[in-house]
Design a binder for this molecule. Structure first.
Ligand code: PLP
Length: 341
């Protein structure tokens, strides 16, 4: 099977496993895991932040961020199809008592103009507008990249209005590689940044929340509250440090493979790329009624050895990653093209 459902399906490489086994560990709740301490320090420095916190998932990282920035009756401004809004099981409401005010983006992308007039009045009837969350690259938007100028415009606006800012950077690595804009530039615009090691970077587990010393000290208490404080998790952090050294530059291969698959999708009249231009490792497309439902098309591809994700009645996502080779993508592209015949 050629598994193109997600970049989370990767298994650790032999080099990564060796690095994991060789990691020095200790009890991280006591602050005594040297590998976790090194990962937190190194990742924070990469993004121009003072401190970092290792957590089990990107969802936890985002939800800790929401909790440290918001209290009950606060409101978050975020894009309608953002991960925090769509795919975190209602966490902002359930865990922080915060409401989400959604803003429709263009394939997930927003500009400062989209935020004008979105701050609630200072009135007892209203929620308090408190936090702006942005996502880069944007998953549901199609792996789209926000320009640093657009993000900077929004975060400057937020700061002027006393709002906190958080970046869901689960796939920020893809944006870094695709644009050449360094981690520090993206990171420094935001009060907090969440990054994932378990997507394109290919580790079995792990995300990090980055921010000031003060915010991360608060985040540490919330991680404990949410049950995310682990013990000898340096074995996992070892995989992340390995991935930072070995798996960032290679994302360019995933992007090139995604172009190959996007060209195959574009060649089939009954499939429509959404967005039309693929920028990173995600290829989202719609299936016309003539071909049937997304599920039916996914099943047809499965019978030919290709796994894709049907994520809506008519919507399919395919994702390139560390565990699919160029050759496998060429084969998958040929199978996709055959849908047009
Ligand atoms: C995958 C993802 C996350 C976090 O997912 P987990 O499965 O909880 O690690 C957060 N944001 C975006 C945009 C994602 O794609």
């Amino acid at each position: 099977m050629i598994d193109l459902r997600s970049d989370t399906v990767t298994k650790p490489t032999p080099g990564m496993l060796a690095a994991m086994i060789a990691s020095s560990v200790g009890d991280d709740v006591f602050g005594e895991d040297p590998t976790i301490n090194e990962l937190e320090r190194h990742t924070a420095a990469l993004f121009g932040h003072e401190a970092g916190l290792f957590v089990p998932s990107g969802t936890m990282s985002n939800q800790i961020a929401v909790r440290i920035h918001c209290r009950p009756q606060d409101e978050i401004l975020l894009e309608t199809t953002s991960h925090i809004c769509l795919w975190e099981a209602g966490g902002a409401a359930a865990l922080s008592g915060a409401t989400c005010r959604t803003i429709d983006g263009r394939f997930g992308l927003l500009d400062v103009a989209d935020f004008e007039g979105k701050i609630r009045p200072d009135d007892m009837h209203s929620v308090r507008t408190r936090l702006v969350c942005l996502e880069n690259t944007h998953n549901r938007g199609g792996g789209t990249i926000s320009s640093p100028e657009a993000l900077n415009g929004i975060t400057q606006w937020a700061r002027q209005h006393g709002l906190a800012t958080h970046l869901d950077g689960a796939r920020i690595w893809n944006a870094i590689v695709a644009t050449g804009v360094p981690a520090r530039t993206w990171g420094q615009m935001f009060d907090t940044v969440s990054v994932c090691f378990s997507k394109g970077l290919g580790t079995p587990v792990g995300s990090a929340l980055l921010g000031s010393k003060e915010l991360i000290a608060h985040a540490r208490r919330i991680r404990k509250l949410f049950g995310g404080a682990m013990r000898q998790a340096g074995f996992l952090a070892g995989a992340c440090l390995y991935a930072l050294d070995h798996h960032i530059d290679r994302l360019a291969e995933d992007h090139a493979n995604a172009q190959l698959l996007a060209a195959a999708v574009a060649a089939v009249p009954d499939l429509k790329l959404t967005p039309p231009k693929v920028e990173t490792n995600l290829v989202w497309f719609e299936v016309s009624e003539r071909l049937g439902t997304a599920r039916a098309v996914a099943n047809r591809l499965k019978s030919e050895g290709i796994l894709v994700a049907a994520l809506g009645e008519r919507v399919i996502r395919i994702v390139t990653h560390l565990d699919v080779t160029r050759e496998q993508c060429e084969k998958a592209a040929a199978v996709i093209r055959s849908l047009g015949r």
